[in-house]
Write a protein that binds this ligand. Structure first.
Ligand SMILES: Cc1cc2nc3c(=O)[nH]c(=O)nc-3n(C[C@H](O)[C@H](O)[C@H](O)COP(=O)(O)O)c2cc1C
Length: 245
């Protein structure tokens, strides 16, 4: 079973690429909503966790998920962290959190994908995105073989990634979000928000929580391109993985 969290599709595409025939690919956002945290694994079964790196650390939805996980059995456990380029110690934090729940993380790695943090820096241009996807495909094919063999590799990093949690929290304020005149009131932003931080009021999105997961799904996936984050996103192309376009 592979659990994934995604804002703009990179981690979903990664989880699907790694899944074996018939292996369930399950949304962490849905699990957090339904609170279905108990899983029993038979001998030889896998527990995969695929998610994006945020500010060199692990985002809130993934931490919420892991901190509530109730696992019976001893699955082969792996994590694949998608990132825009800066590899961090996020895996060490995940290993620690899983160990607290009695789960051993056997293997963890990063896969570089296009950057979706357009509030920090622009998404790569289309040709660069295609190059990143080609390289990721090669990496994922190799990785799939390793994971199929239940390869074990000590996971690097201690709790260094916790030092970046305050930075992530500070960067996750919903205050700068706004919908511009182009908003059609379709409500997809509210529907897709994994933190239920957006409510539709009089046909317009309103950010009703002080902070969110900062997954950028609302910002990058708005069909009208009508959502902005202060001045940081203005004039920047949006990024969505081709599978979700
Ligand atoms: C708030 C935020 C912070 C990010 N921080 C990092 C980072 O520290 N290092 C990095 O390489 N990528 C960073 N990224 C980029 C994402 O990790 C990357 O684009 C990821 O593949 C997006 O996955 P998704 O499409 O599944 O949401 C960040 C993205 C966001 C939205």
């Amino acid at each position: 079973m592979i659990f994934y969290f995604t804002g703009t599709g990179n981690s979903l595409a990664t989880a699907k690429a790694l899944a074996e025939d018939g292996e369930p690919v399950v949304s962490i956002a849905e699990v957090n909503k339904t609170k279905a945290y108990s899983y029993t694994f038979k001998k030889g079964e896998r527990l995969g966790i695929v998610f994006p790196e945020y500010c060199s650390t692990v985002g809130k939805p993934v931490l919420d998920f892991v901190r509530n996980l109730d696992v019976k059995g001893h699955p082969y456990c792996f994590a694949v962290i998608t990132c825009g380029g800066v590899v961090s110690f996020a895996a060490g934090l995940l290993r620690h959190e899983l160990a607290e729940r009695g789960i051993r993380l056997h293997y963890a790695t990063f896969v570089r994908m296009p950057n979706n943090a357009i509030t920090y820096s622009p998404a790569p241009p289309e040709d660069k995105q295609q190059e990143l996807f080609r390289k990721a495909d090669v990496r994922l094919a190799e990785l799939k073989e390793k994971l199929r063999k239940h390869t074990v590799r000590p996971v690097r990093g201690g709790l260094l990634a916790t030092a970046f949690q305050p930075l992530l929290r500070k960067s996750s304020s919903t205050v700068p979000f706004r919908a511009e005149d182009g908003c059609t009131g379709c409500g997809l932003c509210a529907k897709r928000c994994p933190e239920e931080a957006i409510r539709m009021e009089n046909g317009r999105p309103v950010w009703v929580k002080a902070t969110c997961a900062m997954c950028t799904a609302c910002l990058n996936r708005c069909p009208a391109g009508a959502i902005e984050y202060g001045e940081k996103s203005a004039g920047r192309d949006r990024y969505v993985h081709p599978d979700l376009r």
